[in-house]
Design a protein around this ligand. Structure first.
Ligand SMILES: NC(=O)c1ccc[n+]([C@@H]2O[C@H](COP(=O)([O-])OP(=O)(O)OC[C@H]3O[C@@H](n4cnc5c(N)ncnc54)[C@H](OP(=O)(O)O)[C@@H]3O)[C@@H](O)[C@H]2O)c1
Length: 327
């Protein structure tokens, strides 16, 4: 089968098409004939050699796919059949024509969703669900500020939070992206390239302050976030694009009774991801089937153009997800 290989740690030009044996599905795994694979920011770091895959994971890039089941490994749930349309969260291995995925990390693709579009879902939905809803951190009627509202994760957070009755605002880096966030249903969208975003966000959240912030930026935003948060506010970190080291005055945490947390998804066990999958299937999948939330796909490139797809992601021109199709 064709895969994308990283010749050596470095830039997008290091991504080349190579041949590899079709993987065998292990116990509890499904072999999936991949229709498309989603790009994630972490892929860029892995390509540069800064984010190795977790132990036991495929060295091939790719943390989410959609496709059809080609074979069932031993001990797979009887719900799955060869030919079923699925999307899957992976620890790696998605930039390929076939991929073995833990059955507990697979979800059926609803009939109203195109198979390729479903590729945009697993990483973003699992991330949003694990950080905002399980454990429960955002309630109906509360305010949520999403940093990076036009990203795959951000646009999914906006949609799911709105579907669960939250009031949402987001930041983005261009007028087009701000309009996109407003069109998704955000009450306000702030341009983070403009120094006034902080004052505008504060004005939006008056008089209480912001209940929950989903942050992928960190660095100098940290102290601003502490100021923005309401009494009992929750600050949730999922990435540190502007730096992981911050200074914290614990008095702010105590006075406002803040929760400061964060998480990563990839390193979690299959059992944990299966628990999330079950909860997502119960709570988010009906919204998808009902058309209340949708996958947002910016562009679909052939697998052989993985390098170009990485350049596109690095340019940050995209809104929503960039996908690589095998066919
Ligand atoms: N912890 C986890 O479990 C987990 C899981 C998945 C993803 N993530 C992280 O979540 C983030 C989004 O992932 P993705 O794959 O959806 O990536 P993506 O589409 O490339 O999004 C990156 C986003 O960061 C925004 N951004 C950059 N600098 C910013 C700033 N100074 N202020 C506000 N926003 C800023 C960009 O905004 P513009 O495009 O408007 O410039 C863009 O929306 C990534 O950082 C990724 O590493 C974490």
């Amino acid at each position: 089968m064709r895969v994308i290989e990283i010749r050596a740690p470095g830039g997008p030009e290091q991504l080349v098409v190579a041949d590899a044996p079709v993987p065998r599905p292990g116990d509890g795994e499904l072999l999936i004939e991949v229709a498309a694979c989603g790009l994630n920011h972490a892929d860029l770091y892995q390509r540069e050699g800064k984010y190795p895959p977790p132990p036991g994971a495929s060295p091939i890039l790719g943390m989410e796919i959609s496709g059809t089941i080609a074979e069932l490994g031993q001990g797979c749930d009887s719900r799955w059949k060869v030919g079923d349309r699925v999307c899957a969260l992976l620890a790696g291995g998605g930039y390929a024509e076939y991929c073995a995925a833990a059955a507990g990390q697979c979800l059926p693709v609803p009939e109203n969703i195109q198979l390729i579009d479903a590729t945009a879902l697993p990483e973003a939905v699992f991330t949003v669900w694990a950080n905002l809803f399980e454990p429960p951190r955002l309630a109906a009627g509360e305010t949520l500020l999403v940093q990076g509202g036009s990203s795959g994760v951000g646009s999914t957070a906006i949609q799911i939070a709105l579907a669960f009755g939250a009031r949402v605002a987001a930041t983005a880096g261009s007028p087009e992206k701000l309009q996109f966030c407003l069109n998704l249903g955000c009450e306000r969208a702030f341009n983070y390239r403009d120094d006034h975003w902080f004052a505008a966000a504060r004005e939006w959240s008056q008089p209480r302050g912001v209940d929950v912030i989903l942050d992928m930026v960190a660095g100098d935003y940290f102290s601003k976030h502490l100021q923005l948060l309401a009494l009992g506010g929750r600050l949730i970190h999922i990435a540190t694009q502007r730096g992981a080291k911050v200074e914290l005055d614990l008095r702010a945490v105590m006075m406002k009774r803040l929760l400061i947390t964060g998480s990563t998804l990839r390193s979690r066990s299959v059992a944990e991801k299966t628990g999330l999958r079950d909860s997502i299937e119960r709570n988010v999948w009906p919204l998808l089937a009902a058309g209340k939330i949708r996958p947002i796909v910016y562009s679909v490139l052939p697998l052989s153009e993985a390098a170009e797809a990485h350049r596109l992601m690095e340019s940050s021109r995209h809104i929503g997800k960039i996908l690589l199709r095998t066919g």
